[in-house]
Design a protein around this ligand. Structure first.
Ligand code: ZN
Length: 258
């Protein structure tokens, strides 16, 4: 096996960024593991302790016992996780004017906290920072809801109508938010570079976004610890920690578009 020189790779990817006009970043759980958020599916992940089949939208809405299990899981989500150097590097790319948008499978809000403006973050699976009442549709910040859990309420309801509160994230058995998915496809279809960060590209339909970008003529860069099904189509594949590598790339990018 050829020893890969990460410095050279970082320089070459930075040059590719400089020569690209519309860049999207597609991110998955792997970008946030370095912020202490375990990949649901990975070792130590949530699904080693909870059974995924208990966490469908249908069970959440239809069964009070299942709903209580959900709330035990919600408590596991840390709202205090901080963006890591990979998130900050994506934020820097945005500040340099080189980022069209981030399309993310994550629900942790860390791209926004890493410096990417809200309107440039397309969240395919929602955002755990918000809860929504399934009855009156009012949204509530998660912080206030989660703090009620600490005060002995195991299943908080809506303050306004006592309806069922659900995190504003996509559950199993729920479809992706149509408007966000459509916009993600549109932007993927118009970009000339798609940088995949921390996704093994196996969860559909989310993984169809970089596929679609490639089919529409974009170049692919994949930064992920493990191989992905799109590796054979990528211009560059870097199997290393995004938090260590991505900052190296972005600091080599010069200001301004060509
Ligand atoms: Zn309500």
């Amino acid at each position: 096996m050829i020893e890969v020189d990460l410095d050279t790779l970082a320089t070459e990817i930075a040059e590719l960024i400089e020569h690209s006009k519309r860049i999207i970043v597609f991110s998955g759980a792997g970008i946030s593991t370095e912020s202490g958020i375990p990949d649901f599916r990975g070792p130590g992940g949530i699904w080693e302790r909870f059974a995924p089949e208990d966490f469908t939208y249908q069970k959440f809405v239809g069964d009070a016992t299942a709903r209580r299990k959900h709330w035990c899981l919600f408590k596991e989500f840390s709202l205090n996780a901080k963006p890591n150097p990979a998130h900050l590097a994506v934020g820097r790319l945005s500040q340099l004017g080189r980022l069209d948008c981030v399309i993310t499978q994550n629900v942790d809000n860390l791209h926004q906290r890493g410096g990417v403006p809200d309107e440039k973050v397309l969240e395919l699976h929602g955002n755990m920072q918000w809860f929504r009442c399934l009855n009156c549709q009012q949204r509530f910040p998660a912080e206030g809801i989660i703090s009620k859990l600490g005060k002995g309420k195991d299943v908080p309801g809506c303050d306004i109508c006592h309806g069922i509160l659900k995190p504003d994230v996509v559950f199993f058995g729920e479809s992706l938010p149509e408007k966000v998915f459509r916009e993600a496809l549109e932007r993927a279809g118009c970009c000339d570079l798609c940088i995949v960060v921390g996704s093994t590209l196996v969860i559909y339909p989310a993984a169809s976004i970089p596929e679609y970008a490639f089919a529409a003529g974009a170049k692919l860069v994949i930064i992920n610890l493990d191989p992905t099904p799109l590796d054979d189509r990528a211009e560059f594949i870097v199997n290393t920690k995004a938090g260590e590598f991505l900052p190296e790339v972005v600091q080599r990018v010069r200001y301004g578009l060509d």
